[in-house]
Unconditional design. Structure first.
Length: 73
């Protein structure tokens, strides 16, 4: 006796093709958006150590008062 079993590969292949078509469309939309996009701030928002040496907090920047508890009342 012969039994027919449906092969799901072609159906799944169509689903994958549909998913890829949606991904291509989104990629095209993003590419168009990137053409006119501008940075919200600076092009490189990260601080680099060599540029910010004066902005670093040093112990020399703080005046320390002498708080000795050696005084007796």
């Amino acid at each position: 006796q012969l039994e027919f079993i449906f092969d799901e590969v072609p159906g799944e292949a169509h689903e994958i093709e549909d998913i890829l078509a949606v991904a291509r469309k989104r990629d095209e939309e993003l590419a168009k958006a990137r053409e006119t996009a501008q940075y919200a701030g600076e092009a490189d928002p990260y601080k680099h150590p060599e540029e910010n040496k004066d902005d670093d907090f040093d112990d020399d920047d703080v005046e320390v008062e002498d708080w000795d508890d050696d005084e007796e009342a």
